[in-house]
Design a protein around this ligand. Structure first.
Ligand code: AMP
Length: 210
């Protein structure tokens, strides 16, 4: 099963991708996580990408397309994958089409902008394994450390009110057109994402399994 998670920042793409990944035994590929790891390691791509991420802007298409091509060619993607945060622009979606990989479903998780700031400012992330939490809605069972790998949880640098605003603008202008793009292709599925984490998972499973 090859899936794409669509939705605004903070809609719950990463959290739901993690759940689906465990359920179906297929990897989640988060371009954001790959870029953050490149920044942490000080690679040339990371140094360049940081200037965009810090402003809440998108990293150039050719860079993320290169990242995703390389990652999708790895053997663990053979039985399926979940893309979290890619594609984010029409040219990225077209580049994915050109790879000739069939996408079974594109899941659009819908959440109103008014909920996003609260969701993102309470978000915590494990810098080691990428697991995501929310201080109120989805706290780690182990407190301030990751319940999967025991690493101390951190707040993402771009989860601050100023950058969140710019990320939301970028989402509406550059990523939202993908909803129409996939609707036309016939593989878009919409899941309501404003309820609890469990309610959103149920809505997603329903559209995936019927
Ligand atoms: P995310 O972890 O998905 O919220 O991504 C964090 C940041 O990484 C975004 O705000 C962008 O700056 C960058 N990024 C992640 N995925 C992409 C993508 N597909 N295209 C361009 N920039 C991306």
């Amino acid at each position: 099963m090859n899936l794409i998670m669509l939705g605004a920042p903070g809609a719950g793409k990463g959290t739901q991708a993690q759940i689906l990944s465990d359920k179906y035994g297929i990897p989640t590929i988060s371009t954001g996580a790959i870029i953050r790891s490149a920044i942490k390691n000080g690679t040339p791509t990371g140094v360049m990408a940081k200037t965009f991420i810090d402003k809440g802007e998108l990293v150039p298409d050719e860079v993320v397309i290169g990242i995703i091509k390389e990652r999708l060619s790895e053997s663990d993607c053979e039985n399926g994958f979940i893309l979290d945060g890619f594609p984010r622009t029409i040219p990225q979606a077209e580049a994915l089409d050109n790879l000739g990989i069939k996408i079974d479903k594109v899941l659009d998780i819908e959440v109103d902008d008014s909920l996003i700031i609260n969701r993102l400012s309470g978000r915590r992330e494990c810098p080691k394994c990428g697991a995501t939490y929310h201080v109120v809605n989805n706290p780690s069972k182990s407190g301030d450390v990751c319940e999967r790998c025991s690493s101390p949880l951190t707040t993402r640098a771009d989860d601050n009110p100023e950058t969140i605003k710019s990320r939301l603008n970028v989402y509406h202008s550059q990523t939202e057109p993908l909803i129409e793009y996939y609707k036309k292709k016939g593989n878009l599925a919409v899941a309501e994402g404003e309820g609890s984490l469990e309610a959103t998972t149920d809505a997603i499973i329903k559209v995936l399994e019927g």
